[in-house]
Ligand binder design. Structure first.
Ligand SMILES: [Fe+2]
Length: 276
């Protein structure tokens, strides 16, 4: 059919794991934003959700690190983290091997994508799903962009990957939703954890909403590392969604730096043109 939904959200483990330590008003505001994102997603009546994530050495390691990977299984389980720490109980989410296979075949016409028949979801996918499909009843197609182990996937290739995902979505009869997950500026698992560069984040989100390819690709890893931390490398997931939206304008529905969650928490969507 085509892409029926394109959005992004944060996936920091603190959003669930440290929820009880946050200012209750801030936490409620974010949880409401996730509820609204879920309502928008449900309104689009998707048959499957492609989650473009930046996983954290849960499945892909430095002995064999793909730049881009797509899951190809009928079931996935998670979270790989301690459920008591993440505060998300163990779950099994449905996949759709057949749909994955068809989309991968189309994606690999232009992108050398890896595929995986086994995939344990870490917080990068588990946290968004916990809010967007809390019953874990919508088939998931997990996607990973290497934002963790340098050399990282180049930004322009992440864009090309997003274009390929869109082409694949357009090539299948199913209604496909795509959600990119990641932090913008953040310094997770470092002594600077909790630091957030709000100015940098807002500038990035402004570029994302204008869906300005040149401006979105006008970053380099060293500057991102300096200004947005190693967590800022996860912009690749947002870029892939921007490319998949084919120039559609975006709206930030929620942005709030919440240091205890270690990230500027974000929800945003693109206003997809049904004629494109
Ligand atoms: Fe992450």
């Amino acid at each position: 059919m085509t892409l029926v939904f394109a959005g992004v959200c944060s996936h920091a483990p603190g959003i669930t794991g440290r929820a009880d330590l946050a200012d209750p008003q801030l936490k409620e505001g974010l949880y409401l934003a996730f509820d609204e994102l879920r309502a928008r997603l449900e309104e689009s009546r998707p048959d499957a959700i492609v989650v473009v994530a930046a996983e954290h050495f849960a499945n892909f390691f430095m002995n064999n690190m793909p730049a881009f990977a797509v899951g190809m299984a009928d079931h996935y389980s998670g979270p790989i983290e301690d459920p008591d720490w993440l505060k998300i109980p163990k779950f099994t989410a449905p996949g759709n091997r057949n749909l994955s296979q068809r989309m991968i075949q189309e994606i690999m016409q232009t992108v050398d994508v890896a595929y995986a028949e086994e995939w344990l979801f870490d917080h990068g996918i588990a946290v968004p799903l916990n809010f967007l499909t809390p019953k874990f009843d919508l088939p998931v197609i997990p996607v990973n962009v290497n934002c963790q182990g340098p050399p990282l996937a180049p930004l322009h290739r992440s864009w090309a990957f997003g274009e390929a995902i869109r082409r694949a979505a357009d090539s299948v009869p199913e209604r496909i939703a795509v959600v990119g997950t990641g932090g913008i500026s953040h310094w997770p698992a470092t002594p600077d954890s909790g630091k957030i560069n709000e100015t940098w984040d807002r500038d990035f989100l402004d570029r994302w909403c204008r869906n300005d390819r040149a401006q979105l690709l006008d970053y380099d890893d060293l500057t991102v590392y300096t200004e947005a931390g190693q967590g800022g490398f996860e912009i690749r997931t947002f870029l892939a969604v921007a490319a998949a939206a084919k120039g559609a304008p975006g709206t930030v529905h929620y942005y709030q730096p919440i240091p205890i969650f270690a990230v500027g928490c974000t929800t945003a969507t693109y206003d997809l043109d049904p004629n494109l």
